[in-house]
Design a protein around this ligand. Structure first.
Ligand SMILES: [Zn+2]
Length: 319
């Protein structure tokens, strides 16, 4: 009896905390903004020209970019994490996930884009040679240590870390990276200007369309091609620690239906996975089946982000 009273009290306390959190006042400065202030708030990243070409190479119906954000321990180290147990779950990405993914891509003979925080490569120097050895894949920038740019909120420090990451990857790969994906898919207000100064060919951090477009910033076309991503076309919120959908079956069904839609619309399908999550056995089995399904359809162009962005630059030149 005593125990059930205590349990009921604990439950009531937990429910109380949830209700309190829901009722906590949220600042809503936007309610007082003028129309001009509202327009300014959204102006830094807007959709410009749609870039889906009249035709893809070899008359393919759809371009497929398989991308992997090779976070491993980097985002934990950025926060100063030193717990061996916590770090080990992220180390899985380098020790087990990436080798399995590379083997899977070899089996299907398809290319992929790997966005690597430089610190991931510092900790695991064997990764970049293993990726490059295949001769099909691209390596893009994913921050120095998966730093949160909005939390940094410092243009000088953000640019210093980006340049350090570019320099490291250029040395490690022998080629200056042309593709960028923001750590945690989060820009600061400074990011677009910094990316333009760094001369990237394309960005893959925004989500305003499910086809490629030119990024417009404060009314000005940036020349940056946006290869959009989406929080439903990745797995960490669902399969990662505390994920909401521990079975990958439904998630990969969603990916397949998104691919089918892109195929029908003759545009682009970008999938983003993480070796420390999707390198586990169950999601990897589904990824294997998804790639086999896509390969079974005629007219599917598997390409890196760089190949797609370069093709779009040429295809849209005359428009
Ligand atoms: Zn990441």
């Amino acid at each position: 009896m005593m125990r059930s009273i205590l349990a009921a009290a604990a439950l009531a306390a937990a429910l109380g905390a949830i209700v309190a959190a829901q009722q906590a006042p949220v600042a809503q400065p936007g309610t007082k903004w003028t129309e001009e202030q509202l327009r300014q708030a959204v102006a830094p990243a807007r959709v410009g020209r749609k870039l889906t070409p009249k035709s893809w190479p070899n008359n393919a119906r759809v371009a497929v970019c398989l991308s992997f954000d090779v976070d491993n321990e980097s985002y934990l180290l950025a926060r100063g994490e030193k717990s061996p147990t916590t770090l080990s779950a992220a180390d899985f990405g380098a020790e087990t996930g990436l080798p399995r993914i590379l083997e899977l891509l070899d089996r299907h003979q398809v290319p992929a884009s790997f966005f690597i925080p430089a610190v991931s490569a510092v900790i695991h120097p064997e990764m970049i040679p293993a990726i490059l050895k295949r001769g099909r894949h691209e390596i893009g920038v994913h921050g120095w240590i998966h730093e949160s740019l909005p939390a940094l909120n410092d243009a000088g420090e953000e640019e210093r870390l980006l340049n350090q990451a570019i320099e490291y990857l250029t040395k490690a790969t022998g080629k200056r990276p042309v593709g960028y994906r923001a750590p945690g898919w989060a820009f600061s207000e400074h990011t677009i200007g910094i990316l333009r100064r760094a001369g990237f060919l394309y960005d893959s951090s925004l989500s305003a369309m499910d086809e490629p477009y030119e990024l417009v910033s404060n009314g000005e076309p940036t020349g940056l091609t946006e290869l959009s991503i989406d929080w439903t076309l990745t797995e960490t919120p669902y399969l990662g620690r505390g994920g909401t959908m521990p079975s990958p079956t439904q998630l990969f069904q969603l990916y397949r239906e998104e691919f089918d839609g892109a195929y029908d619309q003759r545009t682009m399908f970008v999938l983003t996975l993480h070796p420390h999550v999707s390198g586990h056995r169950a999601p990897l089995k589904h990824l294997d089946e998804l790639i086999a399904y896509m390969r079974s359809k005629p007219g599917v162009w598997f390409a890196t982000g760089e190949q797609i962005a370069r093709y779009l630059k040429d295809a849209n030149k005359s428009d």
